[in-house]
Ligand binder design. Structure first.
Ligand code: NAD
Length: 464
């Protein structure tokens, strides 16, 4: 899905939204925004005290209104996100917002465990941490903020968000709208907060703050390492480089379609998206042929690969002007005028090729040949770099699927579908945009943001 809109139209929409936020109906301020981290955390702490006294039913009412608001605002969030970050595409971002609104778990995710017997009744109840510090990426800015908010509020927490410097306006707008939705549903103001001018220094203050017991970091390796070094409990949702393995028992035509659909979704921004292919030698030609003839893939020559490498990977790392751009734009950057309908750039190479071994977050798929399942698994494990984040496979051989699943040891392993099936999009299960690969919580949900509390009643309340 894609929505055509000119750059000027986008700018006008964003300006209208921002000015509406300042002077909009019934409100003359941006809700949940503060000048200093201390003020923001203090306000979130007050809001959490109120939240804690509210019934689960009231929490669920707030969440229902956040879901409703997210659906109503999906297009605005999508357009603002693309306008501010220059990344991704509006159509897919709209779908992502609808997905999170519908499939992010609420209070039903918080389940009490109970033991009863002659010596009474013991419960393990999942209680709030308090004010959670949450760091969000620029690749899925509002998707992360909205999804985290639903889960964290369901757990009885309030949240201080540290948005990415490239996605400040759209993140602030999400914070404003979440507060508005919460207050409309009878909840407190400042259930989520952020700063007027978020900085890295402010994030560091948050990480050391006495009133922040838990930090959830969604981003690259730098931020996850910073959070895990903070001395606080940290949930680390870090980088991936998901390989997709295709063996010779797969439905090759379907595999080609699924892989391109997954890889090109929101211009490859999701951390779970297919980033490179490892295919059995005897089906590689057929797979690439389907990708080119039926799925809008553009095969780049050796010379074009070199130009692309020099453009995409700079001395300082990934060229941010390439991240989340579509295939036609990327090809234009190396002087190639690709035909309309081009969705993905492909080529064949060794696993060490920089465009294959690096997590790119743009629709470029290198294809690595493998002799057999052991060779393919070894290459995929190497390419995943021990992130243990996501991997995918197309196969009808249960033994091969099992062998790969065990060896790759990732939080997400999608079989015979596009990668986004892992988010509940065309697959079973709930949605999240914070996949805690590094710290092992996996796909986070409300219960991830709670602490286990044992409540014991001795010698009573067992009525069996
Ligand atoms: P990024 O690491 O550049 O930024 C993420 C966030 O961390 C931003 O808010 C940034 O301001 C902050 N940050 C960065 N370094 C920091 C530090 N030292 N101290 C405090 N804050 C710091 O990532 P990005 O480009 O926004 O997002 C892309 C990366 O995030 C990719 O590697 C992708 O795989 C990963 N990601 C992972 C998940 C997941 O669920 N595991 C989800 C989305 C993105």
């Amino acid at each position: 899905m894609s929505v055509n809109v000119s750059e000027q139209e986008l700018k006008t929409i964003v300006q209208k939204v921002i000015s509406g936020m300042n002077t909009g109906a019934g409100s003359d301020k941006q809700l949940g925004l503060f000048d200093t981290m201390d003020e923001a955390i203090a306000a979130a702490k007050e809001a959490q005290k109120i939240m804690q006294k509210m019934s689960m039913d009231s929490r669920e009412k707030i969440i229902r209104n956040i879901r409703k608001m997210t659906k109503e605002q999906a297009e605005t969030f999508a357009r603002m996100g693309v306008e501010e970050t220059g990344m991704g595409n509006v159509g897919d971002k709209i779908l992502k917002h609808h997905l999170l609104a519908e499939k992010t778990p609420g209070t039903e995710d918080i389940v009490t465990q109970a033991w009863s017997g002659d010596r009474g009744l013991t419960l393990i109840e999942m209680g709030p941490f308090g004010v959670i510090g949450a760091i969000a990426p620029c690749t899925n800015p509002t998707e992360t903020i909205l999804c985290n908010s639903i889960g964290m509020i369901a757990g009885g927490n309030t949240v201080v968000f540290c948005p990415h410097p490239q996605a400040v306006k759209v993140s602030q707008y999400a914070v404003h709208m979440i507060n508005k939705a919460c207050m409309e549903a009878g909840g407190p103001e400042n259930v989520v907060v952020a700063l007027h001018k978020p900085t890295l220094e402010a994030s560091n203050i948050m990480m050391k703050h006495k009133d922040i017991p838990l930090i959830a970091a969604t981003g690259g390796p730098g931020v996850v390492t910073a959070v895990l070094s903070s001395g606080k409990r940290g949930i680390g949702a870090g980088a991936g480089n998901p390989p997709v393995l295709v063996d010779d028992t797969a439905d090759i035509r379907k595999a080609a379609k699924d892989i391109v659909n997954g890889c090109t979704f929101d211009n490859n921004l999701p951390c779970i998206a297919e980033k490179e292919i490892v295919a059995f030698d005897n089906i590689t030609d057929e797979l690439m042929n389907y990708m080119i003839t039926e799925n809008g893939c553009y095969l780049v020559s050796q010379e074009q690969q070199e130009k692309l490498t020099a453009t995409v990977i700079t001395e300082k790392g990934l060229n941010r002007k390439c991240v989340g751009r579509d295939a036609i734009t990327l090809l234009k950057m190396i002087g190639v005028d690709a035909p309309a309908g081009t969705r993905c750039i492909i080529f064949e190479g060794e696993k060490e090729h920089p465009l294959i071994s690096t997590e790119l977050m743009m629709p470029i798929l290198g294809v690595v040949r493998a002799k057999n399942i052991d060779d393919a698994i070894e290459k995929c494990v190497w390419l995943e770099h021990g992130n243990r984040h996501s991997a995918h496979m197309h196969s009808k051989n249960v033994e091969n699927l099992t062998k790969f699943g065990k060896a790759i040891d990732t939080a997400i392993f999608v079989k015979n579908a596009p990668s986004y099936a892992a988010l509940g999009f065309g697959g079973e299960g709930f949605c999240t945009f914070t996949i805690a690969s590094r710290t092992g919580e996996g796909l986070t949900s409300a219960s991830t943001f709670t602490k286990r509390r044992r409540c014991v009643m001795s010698d009573s309340l067992c009525v069996r």
